[in-house]
Design a protein around this ligand. Structure first.
Ligand SMILES: CC(=O)SCCNC(=O)CCNC(=O)[C@H](O)C(C)(C)COP(=O)(O)OP(=O)(O)OC[C@H]1O[C@@H](n2cnc3c(N)ncnc32)[C@H](O)[C@@H]1OP(=O)(O)O
Length: 329
């Protein structure tokens, strides 16, 4: 056997990244039901939605109300995304949000401008303000994302040095403030990674921050997501963002609505881990039930594979799951 980790953690992003990518807005009750179903699978972290401009992403207009509509399960953290000060203040004002101190770095100008309305350098400078604010508020600085860490539909190839420069800057910023390094997430926002590049970039980042955890936010846009996860597991990576039923994508990234696969699919990756003997803490059958619900809510066949394989037939959903799913017509 190789150096595969004994356990991994999947952070569910489908409710935010999946619905932001859909061309229409879905009823809040259905989105809340999906989140409640996901909770029953034992996921430790679910990103519920984002606090962004409703004009830019109308599907995220009711994030505070959505948080109020879900039933929080002890043992699961319910997080949110923000991209600017306004978004962070809205998240802070919403008492149901479990705040995780996040930092964001871009690697290409066109995507930084399109997604965040600022330059790569400006976004980096803003992170100093976010760091100081998290520290002042006693919010642990948990995650630092390097967005489009492998390549960008708008800006093209991303040299490794651009990624490592951002990581070195983060190291200095944390050292200046004497805070521990957050987990460093390499985000393959647009599905450019391949297994060898995963190994090369994870190895390069680990060489800079050997004491930090490394996480991956991967997309299966071009069908390489599972292979990339396997390469990451071989590198000992234990933190992954993923989406139920393979929902997801960024509406500002040049993806095709509805057609292309989105994020790596949570239940497919949980299945792979289980087959490899890696502990996930997730009840796969309950998760498949949630992914079937996602398909009913969205109203089309989704890209997840395990849920369509029929291999777990005979499973009977628990009563609570039946109630949640039964409420969605
Ligand atoms: C990789 C990923 O998947 S990331 C997720 C996908 N991307 C997104 O969700 C980006 C959505 N975009 C946005 O939220 C915004 O356009 C931003 C954050 C990029 C730009 O924000 P700013 O530069 O601060 O915007 P600006 O000050 O020009 O304001 C533009 C409008 O958006 C509103 N706005 C900006 N940020 C927010 C926010 N966090 N919440 C609510 N409204 C906001 C402003 O109030 C303003 O509204 P108005 O035109 O009615 O007055």
């Amino acid at each position: 056997m190789s150096n595969l980790p004994t356990s991994v953690e999947f952070h569910e992003e489908g409710p935010r990244e999946g619905f932001q990518m859909e061309p229409k807005t879905y009823p809040r009750a259905d989105r809340a039901a999906l989140i409640d179903a996901l909770s029953l699978s034992g996921l430790r972290q679910i990103q519920v939605a984002s606090f962004v401009s409703a004009r830019a992403v109308p599907q995220m207009a009711d994030t505070s109300e959505l948080f109020a509509a879900i039933i929080k399960r002890p043992g699961t953290r319910y997080t949110a995304l923000w991209l600017n000060d306004n978004g962070f203040e809205r998240a802070r004002a919403c008492e149901q949000v479990d705040l995780d101190g996040k930092l964001m770095f871009y690697t290409t100008e066109p995507f930084s401008q399109r997604n965040n309305n600022c330059s790569v350098a400006e976004m980096r400078e803003r992170q100093l303000g976010w760091l100081d604010r998290y520290i002042a508020l006693g919010i642990p600085v948990e995650k630092a994302y390097v967005i489009t860490a492998f390549g960008c539909n708008l800006g093209g190839a991303v040299p490794l040095s651009v990624l490592t420069d951002q990581v070195r800057w983060l190291v200095d910023a944390c050292a200046d403030r004497r805070v521990p390094l957050p987990a460093v997430y390499l985000a393959d926002t647009m599905g450019w990674a391949n297994p060898e590049e995963i190994k090369r970039r994870v190895g390069a980042v680990r060489a800079i921050v050997p004491e930090a955890q490394i996480g991956l936010h991967l997309h299966d846009t071009r069908g390489v997501g599972g292979a990339n996860v396997y390469a990451a597991l071989q590198m000992g990576v234990r933190l992954f963002d993923s989406s139920v039923a393979g929902l997801g994508g960024c509406p500002f990234a040049g993806h095709t609505h509805g057609g292309a696969a989105g994020n790596i699919c949570t239940e497919d990756m949980v299945f792979m881990c289980q087959e490899l003997g890696i502990e996930t803490g997730i009840d796969l059958e309950a998760l498949i039930e949630a992914s079937l619900l996602a398909e009913r809510v969205i109203g089309r066949t989704l890209s997840g594979r395990v849920m369509h394989s029929g291999s777990l037939k005979g499973f009977r959903a628990g009563q609570r799951m039946q109630e949640i799913c039964g409420a969605v017509r």
